[in-house]
Ligand binder design. Structure first.
Ligand code: GLV
Length: 317
């Protein structure tokens, strides 16, 4: 493809679009940058935009995006971007190589929160109680089941192995993966779940994975196992999860993502002592990190070279 002489880029985020726009790097005069924080602001310019770099871009505006050729998401998950109205000519890419190390630390940090009984000792401290009768557990030697062995899942697997965990995976292909003792296909999900002391969900949200973890899957887990959801809320049937937690059918849950975000104040998931709620921060949006990924692709786009980390729109990731 020929090099492009001029490109109009829209940086869209509901907050702090300017901070991200300030990190865009392109040869002088080759790019015009626009920023928008609301659908109205985006609507005013979208008709003249070639490239959108965005988090949660209002997909209703695809209808007005007459020139749009490329959309890069400021995130690993592209579920929100893949609306049917997105014209077929638009290439979608996702931020790659950014979130794995963060999400590995998040996952192992919260696994250690469980095994080191951090909540218990902090409560005891608040009550000025010396509870030497309660011991922590070893994380090493436990089994982590990772559902989704993409780049992020594999990074978590590597970090877990280095801490001495045994790692079992579930992936669409079932292909052997370095550092993962056993990889199951989705048709054997229940067998995989039964092995886990920790079950980590890091698979994309697609038509196939929506509601992946429901009553039967929770029943397949060990009664001591913890569920860690860092993928997308709708991977889990939240009503079934609330029931399983209430009945102590699983050990607990660490949840970073929810069907509705922010999690509504009345939601029962706030109330359990064996649930950790974090506000979708397992893979934080660090402007320098996301911009490095975008700028590398922007240089390719301007040079007319193929983009990297292109999403297969039919597959949904
Ligand atoms: C965040 O949820 C992401 O998709 O990266």
């Amino acid at each position: 493809m020929a090099a492009r002489r001029h490109t109009s880029v829209l940086v869209y985020r509901p907050t702090d679009a300017d901070v991200f726009a300030a990190r865009v790097r392109a040869p002088r005069g080759r790019v015009t940058l626009h920023t928008a924080a609301t659908a109205d602001e985006a609507k005013a310019v979208i008709g003249e935009i070639d490239v959108v770099w965005a988090w949660k871009f209002p997909t209703l505006l695809y209808a007005n995006a007459a020139r749009l050729a490329w959309l890069e998401t400021m995130g690993a998950g592209v579920d929100w971007a893949l609306a049917p109205e997105l014209p077929a000519r638009v290439t979608v890419t996702r931020a790659a190589g950014v979130f794995g190390p963060w999400m590995a630390e998040y996952t192992l940090g919260w696994c250690l929160f469980v095994t080191q009984r951090m909540a218990f000792y902090r409560d005891a401290q608040r009550a000025r109680e010396w509870r030497g009768d309660v011991m922590p557990d070893r994380l090493s030697g436990t089994t982590m089941v990772i559902v989704g062995l993409g780049e992020i899942g594999r990074t978590i697997a590597g970090a877990a192995r280095r801490l001495g965990l045994r790692v079992v995976g579930v992936s669409r292909s079932g292909r052997r993966t370095p550092g993962v003792s056993r990889v199951y296909r989705p048709s054997h999900l229940h067998r995989a779940l039964a092995e886990g002391d920790f079950v980590v969900l890091v698979t994309p949200l697609t038509a196939e994975t929506r509601g992946l973890i429901g009553e039967r899957e929770l029943a397949a887990m060990k009664s001591s196992a913890w569920l860690v959801n860092i993928g997308r809320g709708p991977l889990v049937d939240e009503a079934a999860l609330v029931n399983a937690l209430g009945a102590r059918r699983i050990g607990g849950a660490v949840l970073d993502v929810f069907a509705v975000e922010p999690l509504p104040p009345v939601h029962p998931l706030w109330t359990f002592d064996n649930v950790v709620v974090t506000p979708h921060i397992a893979g934080p949006d660090v402007p320098e990190e996301l911009a490095a990924a975008f700028n590398a692709n922007l240089a390719r786009y301007i040079a007319g070279r193929p983009l990297r980390h292109v999403v297969d729109r039919r597959r949904g990731y």
